[in-house]
Design a binder for this molecule. Structure first.
Ligand code: 8OZ
Length: 366
């Protein structure tokens, strides 16, 4: 029997980690943090139930109060948050899993009620995000942001670095920079949100500067072999747009190649939506420029995941919604078993229902 083609269920060496398989739990916002934006004890159970994933990427976690954009999302900036996350990393490691935390600053996708002193959210430029957020148990228009002063940018980069140090204190195997879906890093990248005239706006090199400086800070703090990032070059998520993403992301990949992050995680279509929204955009052009581990996400099922891994189209496949409703997703994919249906009503906020109570195959059989 030939082992020439890798399969989804083969192990994979990622930095210092040996992942049990190539199936990754994608970052998934669930809005169940407790007082102080600390992840709950229930979250430890939720993640531990999913520890058979080759790698878990946590829900997006704000690096500062300013970086929060939705109610009840967890942070990674306070000691209490570190202590909460420690229970989660211990529970996942006890079951033989690996886990990294997604570091998040929402930028303009926020609301004054979440901001320090009730102030305006911050962004590269004072351009409102045409999207809604969720605060006070309801959807709400995002607040008008203010443009960051040049002198404020080093402080935000320092917040990312502090969050990475905290992540290691909390026992994580690494971090993923959230540079996707229209949040702060993505806002700097795109000319639809970034109209700055200083070193952080205008040319592609200038718009990519913030991303690369954040990556440099994370790498300086915890090492490139523990630092990955997530990008979404073609998504329209959160009202973000760019006039010409191909050369922008080609340049980003060339610069990332010099820094060797442990992986690049690509959302290949519209976040939570169709895969085929940008037929003219070439992800192959991006991959050509980067020699490290390649993780893909967006609407994968077993057949497509198998095909892409076997063809060498990606090293790792991240599944989102399927991991919410199937704690034993790896086993179900291995057996070609049916998946539990997702209950959308319990996605955001609440308790155990729709969080830790989805049954495994074994529980269904019992
Ligand atoms: C769903 C709801 C709120 C936030 C993302 C962090 O899209 C999110 C998110 C998803 O990256």
């Amino acid at each position: 029997m030939s082992q020439a083609q890798p399969t989804l269920f083969d192990s994979f060496k990622l930095g210092a980690m040996t992942l049990a398989n190539r199936i990754v739990m994608a970052p998934l916002t669930r809005n169940r943090a407790v007082a102080g934006f600390v992840p709950s004890d229930l979250a430890a159970e939720y993640y531990a139930q999913r520890a058979s994933a080759g790698l878990i990427i946590t829900e997006a976690s704000q690096i500062s109060q300013q970086g929060q954009g939705y109610q009840d999302t967890p942070g990674i900036y306070s000691d209490a948050q570190v202590a909460g996350w420690r229970k989660i990393t211990d529970a996942v490691h006890a079951r033989g899993g690996h886990i990294v935390i997604q570091l998040w600053h929402v930028g303009r996708v926020s609301h004054t009620v979440l901001q320090p002193g009730g102030g305006a959210p911050v962004a590269p430029s004072a351009i409102k995000a045409e999207t809604k957020t969720f605060v006070n148990n309801d959807f709400a228009e995002t607040s008008m942001p203010r443009a960051l002063e040049l002198a404020e940018i080093p402080g935000i980069i320092a917040d990312y670095r502090h969050a990475a140090a905290n992540a290691i204190k909390a026992g994580f195997d690494g971090v993923e920079l959230h540079a996707a879906n229209g949040y702060l890093v993505d806002q700097f990248l795109r000319d639809g949100a970034n109209q700055r005239t200083d070193a952080y706006g205008g040319s592609i090199e200038n718009r990519a500067r913030f991303l690369l400086e954040v990556m440099d800070a994370l790498i300086a703090e915890i090492g490139a072999d523990r630092t990955g990032l997530r990008l979404s070059p073609v998504t329209p998520a959160n009202g973000l747009s760019d006039s010409n993403p191909q050369p922008l992301f080609n340049y980003v990949m060339e610069e990332l190649e010099k820094r060797h992050p442990v992986y690049v995680h690509m959302i290949e279509g519209a976040t939570q939506g169709p895969r085929d929204i940008a037929p003219d955009f070439s992800f192959a052009e991006l991959r050509k420029r980067y020699s490290g581990a390649w993780m893909v996400n967006n609407g994968y099922d077993l057949a497509l995941a198998r095909e892409v891994v076997a063809a060498g189209g990606a090293d790792l496949i991240a599944f989102g919604r399927a991991f919410i409703s199937n704690p034993d997703l790896v086993e179900r994919l291995r057996r070609g078993a049916p998946l539990n249906e997702l209950d959308r009503a319990t996605l955001y906020g609440g308790g155990a229902a729709g969080y830790t109570d989805y049954p495994t195959l074994d529980q269904l059989a019992a």
